[in-house]
Structure formats: structure tokens, C-alpha cells
Design a binder for this molecule. Structure first.
Ligand code: GLN
Length: 190
């Protein structure tokens, strides 16, 4: 049976994730309010890129924070991209705030500075070979701890990691034509 993935859709780059998932024949729905999570029973959830501070604020205002945190804690497969990684991290180097505080990683927000705000790379990802990566005002994963596993680095910076039910990429896999990383998430976590 086709799997169902909910994509957090309060802000940011969620539409592109929906398109990537549809290419893979997955059922999708947008998580805009609490009832979206209750009406649908997702097999996994994507936390997209955007602005983590804005998303964090909206998650609380829309009463989505606790329901999502509970699902993450209960082992639901979660894929965080860019700002989504910041939402998952237990430590944010340059910000006292944390959000779901679920994954044993430290991140630095906007870590590539103004000049390198956006760039492309083509690098090895786990055992998938080289994949295209688009970075947009991306964070860096500055540290992994616990049993977090590094999946990919670009110029020695960690750009992808996994731990238990969580997958994190600091780049935007939804912006490439070939949804290989989404397929990896579905194949490996669901
Ligand atoms: N700069 C954003 C933040 O700090 C992340 C950027 C993105 O998700 N593309 O939240």
C-alpha cells in the first residue's frame, strides 16, 4: 500500500517536497494545523526548509509543537531539511533557543555567511554515490554525538546525518530533479 507522508506547511519550501514525494508515488498531505495530523495517519513527516525562528513561533501558535514533538519521540520517521534540521537539533551554537531538541547534533545557523548564502555541490551521500545538493542560507552540523551517524560531508562540513528515526540534510533535496534523497528516506526509515 502506498505510504503517506505529512509535510509541515506553516512556512517555507514545502510544496517542492510534496512534488518530490508525488514523483515517488507517495500520498502526501500538508500539516497546517493540529487537525491535519489527527485526520491523517502519516507514516512519516517532513520538516522543510524556511526560517526556523518563524516556524518555531508558528508551531507554538498553531498548537502543532507538542503533537509533532510527541510523534518524533514515539519514533515516527522524520526528515528535516535545512531549517528543519535546526528544529530537530539538541544544540544551536549561535542561538539560545532550541525547538524539538530531539537529535544528537549541534548546528550553526546561517553558517556559510552572506557571500556563500546559496551554492550547489555534488557529493557522496551514504552509499548512494554522488548526489546534487542545493544550499540556501544553510546551517552547518558542527557536531554529532550519541549514536548519530554522519551520511555526507562537503568540504569537511557535515551536511547530512541520521539517528534512530531521524534524517537530517542541511541542503534542499526537494530542489533537485531526481528525488533520490526522498527515496532514501522512504526506503530506509519507513
Ligand atoms: N537560514 C534559515 C534558518 O536559520 C534556514 C534556511 C533554509 O531553510 N533554507 O532558519
Amino acid at each position: 500500500m502506498a505510504k503517506t507522508i505529512g509535510v509541515l506547511a506553516v512556512q517555507g519550501a514545502f510544496i517542492e517536497h510534496i512534488h518530490a514525494l508525488r514523483q515517488l508515488g507517495v500520498n502526501t498531505f500538508e500539516i497546517r494545523q493540529k487537525s491535519d495530523l489527527e485526520k491523517n495517519s502519516p507514516d512519516g513527516i517532513i520538516l522543510p526548509g524556511g526560517e526556523s525562528t518563524v516556524m518555531g513561533k508558528l508551531l507554538h501558535e498553531l498548537d502543532l509543537f507538542i503533537p509533532l514533538k510527541d510523534r518524533i519521540a514515539s519514533g515516527m520517521p522524520i526528515f528535516g531539511t535545512c531549517a528543519g534540521v535546526i528544529l530537530l537539533a539538541k544544540e544551536i551554537d549561535n542561538d539560545p533557543t532550541t525547538y524539538f531538541s530531539a537529535m544528537d547534533i549541534a548546528v550553526e545557523r546561517n553558517a556559510y555567511g552572506r557571500q556563500l548564502g546559496s551554492f550547489q555541490a555534488y557529493e557522496e551521500f551514504s552509499d548512494l554515490g554522488k548526489v546534487p545538493m542545493t544550499f540556501i542560507r544553510a546551517p552547518k552540523i558542527t557536531k554529532v554525538f550519541g549514536d548519530t551517524e554522519i551520511l555526507s560531508t562537503v568540504n569537511n562540513d557535515i551536511v547530512a546525518a541520521r539517528q534512530n528515526n531521524m534524517l537530517a540534510t542541511t541542503f534542499h533535496p526537494e530542489l533537485s530533479d531526481n528525488p533520490v534523497i526522498h527515496k532514501y528516506f522512504l526506503d530506509t526509515f519507513l
